[in-house]
Ligand binder design. Structure first.
Ligand SMILES: *Cc1c(COP(=O)(O)O)cnc(C)c1O
Length: 948
């Protein structure tokens, strides 16, 4: 059987039956009816013939073989770390974790929420700050977020500037430069050797340690900044903080950085989880997701996403950031790494690294080299006037990559796996000999040594044995619904199969072990794979070029809007500062526009859900030459292929604007339409939706930016080519992420998907996605009317089920329906987006007819339950709907006084007797949790059974 036959859910006999339900005699006829003629692509996509699983794996193994894995001591933001096998196998390679969605539906996400809370608590403990979020995209964007957040949060210094440490990594400075430029925030880059700069300083960023390895006492500078009412961010190495005074103790307000060295491979630059921690009081301005503790309906502690972090789709351009997908899966690994080692284990690793680095410094000093800084953590910078290239070459001969700072200095960053054998070899190649002991001159100054206890909570002490850790991870994944248990019909999220063969290559050391700054000849396989994948994405979308740098859809949006702004500016159109965004757009669209310094003007939707062309014309009239462009989603988030899309694009072009087509819905149109051909100038795609990268419980993601010819020169550049001021070489656009290829480590997944699908297979994916959505829509339409349909009464690859009329009659809400679906073992559809009071469902092509029928049966049963409330037979508060979901504890309790039976609660349909999932908690009080915001791991007494 071919790959695509396995990838698609319905068997061909099923498909025929579904087509006849819809009244079409072939898939081709269905697609002809769905996709408007004007935009229809008639040629085949120029892609190679599909490969079998075995052949695709053999081909990608060929790319892997072209990479060379050296001992990586380059540092520069990426450090050698050991991934404990128990974490790789049971988290990174475990579909129970990697196929789950962002935990919006908290009751079926307690496992990953707990794991993310553990990550947050690790960060809080090590930074000495009270609140931490559940990951950011990478260190460079985390610093950029901090700079913007301090700007927003500092109410004492208005309209000021910030100062950033010139010894932050160059990629950090260039990403920050780009953000600040877009928002017109002034800043200075300084090493603070003359203290703080004069003027209205609203925020300061210090590197700790500095990128050249130096450890210095930043406490006096922090004190001075506080006296000036500036907020302070410290960019800190989390592992170093096991030995060093924490940012909190030093007086910082914010700490950010990377957690890569907590057990994550290099991945050729990403994905890795960055972190951000803040003082209490700043939680409401914090970007990204934040897990908090609340209570369920029985008073038990329960976790959920807290505060503003759930509500981006409502807050739009006023959201605290545009972050939607972050790095959840990687954060879960980093948190588990901290738990597995515990405070003493982490400290031992850090001490060993530090001692080894000091031994290297001792040897090289003895061999006659100058050592630039005596006080360092893991990075030794060696002075070698005019000889840096020679040293790099000698190290290479010994199988080690080291960092070339400039012609006169090299850096050596010692990592977790580096033992005496490789260190001895390196030192020998450089003309020295590794001593048994380090010269005590190379140490951490007493003033910087950490003296407080950290990570004292029992969770950091319970899971030392592998058996205990394995079982803990199993317990966590058992609490959750991921794709390995049920379809996840989340509209706009495309939760399709993440095939095992697609996943396998990502943990091969020939891919995962390559440092993003390794010499090009060591990464030849990576470059060939990336080139080929880029070409394929160009072929699929009809654009002219693509950048794989954005590490989420929203960061693709930001990059795309920046390209639009740069284009207008190059044309002298500085006044084009307004972007039109339909009210139905994904919340990230408006939030990204705000980040790119653009104003947002809403465009109304017509009664059929499409863009209101009259309103669009009025807005074009009103904003005139201030229009930078429009952001549209196609097919629209209403699930419809709008006929007038070409007209919309023409109107905006005629007004001098650019057209941004949000490509998150590309799954509906592969091989049938191309945004680069029907009017788009720029799009982002979501490889973690359409192209099979798993969602990881909220990341990693890849949001490639695809553009037409005239925007190619505005694609984000390579941060590593930045000078000390963060500027890129003439003509290159500033980067938007730390690594040139963003989350490169997961690109093999999409490569495998396309290689195994070929042009026909991708087309089948889209056609089956449309078939599945229309089948569900048709079957449920009588009970849950489909809100918007296009030509022929058909939808695209998703549909909005309207619950509002039922809500009016019964007061049962769409949220009640979501919670009740959990009792049937389903993940809910997307709730209240894009239309409040509705459910948007997207089955994807990977779901079988059997699974769709199971969902339909569940919805029909729920409909009958709603009618009982509407007819007054059952009071809403006592209903099975309002009391959903039902835990084992509730249905097996000795007392039962509800107006429905236990069977009705837990086994409302017969098939559940064969396969039943119980939520670990009852319905969670979200609002109550926000009123009393808590993000510490609950004390063990909270789970004390005697007390309850
Ligand atoms: C998912 C999605 C996004 C955002 O993508 P992230 O990777 O989560 O940042 C943007 N637009 C639409 C229409 C989406 O569905």
């Amino acid at each position: 059987m071919s790959f695509i036959d396995r990838h698609l859910g319905p068997r061909s006999a099923d498909a025929e039956q579904m087509l006849s339900t819809l009244g079409y005699d072939s898939l081709g006829a269905l697609m002809d009816a769905v996709v408007p003629e004007q935009i229809r692509l008639r040629a085949d996509l120029p892609l190679p013939e599909p490969l079998t699983e075995q052949d695709a794996l053999a081909k990608i193994a060929g790319y892997a073989a072209k990479n060379k894995v050296y001992a990586q001591m380059i540092g520069a933001g990426y450090y050698d770390a050991v991934t404990p096998a128990v974490l790789r196998r049971n988290i990174l390679e475990n579909p129970g974790f990697y196929t789950s969605y962002t935990p919006y539906q908290a009751e079926i996400s307690q496992g990953r929420l707990e794991a993310l809370l553990n990550f947050q608590n690790t960060v809080m403990e090590l930074t000495g700050l009270e609140i931490a979020n559940a990951s950011l995209l990478d260190e460079a964007t985390a610093v950029a977020e901090a700079v913007v957040m301090m700007h927003r949060a500092n109410r004492k210094v208005k309209n000021g500037f910030f100062a950033i440490d010139s010894r932050c990594l160059p990629q950090v400075i260039s990403v920050v430069r780009g953000r600040a430029q877009m928002l017109d925030i002034p800043f200075v880059i300084t090493d603070f050797s003359d203290g703080l700069p004069e003027g209205d300083l609203y925020g300061v960023v210090f590197a700790y340690p500095a990128q050249d390895g130096q450890l210095r006492d930043i406490e006096p500078l922090i004190k001075a900044a506080k006296e000036r009412k500036a907020l302070v961010t410290v960019v800190a190495d989390l592992l170093a903080l096991t030995l060093l005074k924490s940012p909190g103790e030093l007086g910082a307000d914010v700490a950010v950085g990377n957690t890569q060295r907590f057990g994550l491979p290099f991945f050729f630059g990403g994905p890795h989880a960055a972190y951000m921690a803040v003082h209490k009081g700043m939680e409401r301005t914090l970007p990204g997701r934040l897990v908090g503790v609340s209570q369920d309906s029985s008073g038990k502690p329960a976790y959920r996403l807290a505060l503003q972090t759930r509500e981006q789709h409502i807050r739009r351009e006023k959201a605290t950031s545009n972050i939607c997908t972050a790095q959840a899966l990687l954060a879960i690994v980093a948190g588990a790494y901290a738990m597995y080692h515990g405070p003493e284990g982490l400290r031992a690793i850090a001490e060993r690294l530090h001692t080894n680095a000091a031994r290297v410094a001792t040897a090289l000093q003895k061999a006659g080299y100058g050592i630039v800084h005596k006080n360092f953590f893991d990075t030794v910078v060696v002075e070698a006037p005019g000889a840096a290239d020679e040293l790099v070459a000698k190290a290479l001969d010994a199988g080690v990559n080291i960092r070339r700072f400039d012609a006169n200095r090299v850096g050596i960053s010692v990592g977790e796996s580096h033992g005496d054998a490789v260190l001895g070899r390196l030192v020998k190649a450089l003309g020295g000999e590794l001593p048994a002991e380090a010269d005590p001159a190379f140490g951490i100054p007493d003033a910087l040594l950490r003296t407080d206890d950290y990570m004292q909570h029992p969770i950091f002490h319970k899971y030392r044995s592998e058996t205990e850790m394995m079982r803990y991870l199993r317990r966590l994944s058992d609490k959750d619904l991921a794709l390995d248990r049920t379809m996840i019909p989340l509209g706009s999220c495309t939760m399709k199969l993440n095939a095992a063969a697609e996943m396998e290559p990502i943990s091969w050391p020939e891919f995962a072990g390559v440092h993003p700054l390794a010499p090009a000849d060591q990464a030849q396989g990576w470059h060939e794979l990336i080139r080929e994948l880029s070409d394929w994405l160009v072929a699929i979308t009809g654009y002219d070029a693509v950048s794989l740098q954005p590490n989420s859809g929203a960061s693709g949006e930001y990059a795309g809007l920046r390209a639009i702004r740069s284009y207008h500016e190059a044309n002298g159109d500085h006044q084009r500062n307004t972007v039109l965004i339909p009210l139905s757009a994904h919340g990230t669209n408006a939030a990204s526009a705000a980040l790119a310094g653009l104003k947002v003007a809403g465009v109304a939707t017509a009664s059929d859900g499409s863009i209101d062309v009259e309103d669009l014309k009025a807005k074009i009239e009103k904003y005139g030459d201030a229009i930078a462009g429009i952001m549209i989603t196609y097919p629209s988030t209403h699930g419809v292929f709008e006929e007038q899309v070409a007209q919309v694009c023409e109107l905006v072009h005629a007004a001098g604007g650019q057209v941004y087509v949000d490509g998150a819905n590309l799954n509906a149109q592969m091989g049938f339409a191309q945004p680069g051909k029907f009017g788009g100038d720029v799009s982002h795609l979501n490889l973690h939706k359409t192209f099979s990268i798993p969602h990881g419980g909220g990341g990693p993601g890849v949001g490639p930016l695809a553009v037409r010819e005239h925007l190619v020169k505005y694609l984000p550049g390579d941060a590593y080519t930045a000078d000390a001021e963060g500027n890129l070489p003439e003509g290159a656009a500033l980067p938007i992420a730390q690594a040139f290829f963003g989350s490169a480590g997961v690109l093999p997944i999409s490569w495998m998907y396309i290689a195994m699908s070929g042009a026909e297979g991708l087309k089948s994916s889209s056609a089956y996605a449309v078939l599945n959505a229309n089948y569900v829509a048709k079957k449920l339409n009588d009970k849950f009317p489909v809100l918007y349909t296009g030509p022929g009464g058909l939808v695209g690859h998703e549909c909005i089920l309207d619950v509002r009329e039922l809500t009016d009659r019964s007061h049962v809400t769409a949220e009640d329906v979501c919670k009740r679906l959990m009792d049937f073992g389903f993940h809910a559809p997307t709730l209240a987006f894009p239309v409040p009071g509705t459910l948007m469902m997207e089955p994807t092509e990977s779901e079988s007819k059997e699974e769709l029928d199971r969902f339909i049966e569940a919805m029909e049963t729920i409909y009958d339950e709603i009618l009982e409330v509407a007819d007054g037979k059952v009071a809403l508060e006592d209903s099975v709907l309002r009391n959903a979901p039902h835990t084992v504890e509730v249905v097996s309790a000795d007392e039962w006084d509800r107006p429905y039976t236990r069977t009705q609660a837990a086994y409302p349909v017969k098939s559940l007797r064969l396969n039943k999932y119980f939520t670990p908690v009852g319905r969670i009080d979200g609002a109550g949790g926000d009123r009393h915001f808590v993000c510490e791991c609950p004390p063990m007494e909270a789970f004390d059974l005697e007390a309850q």
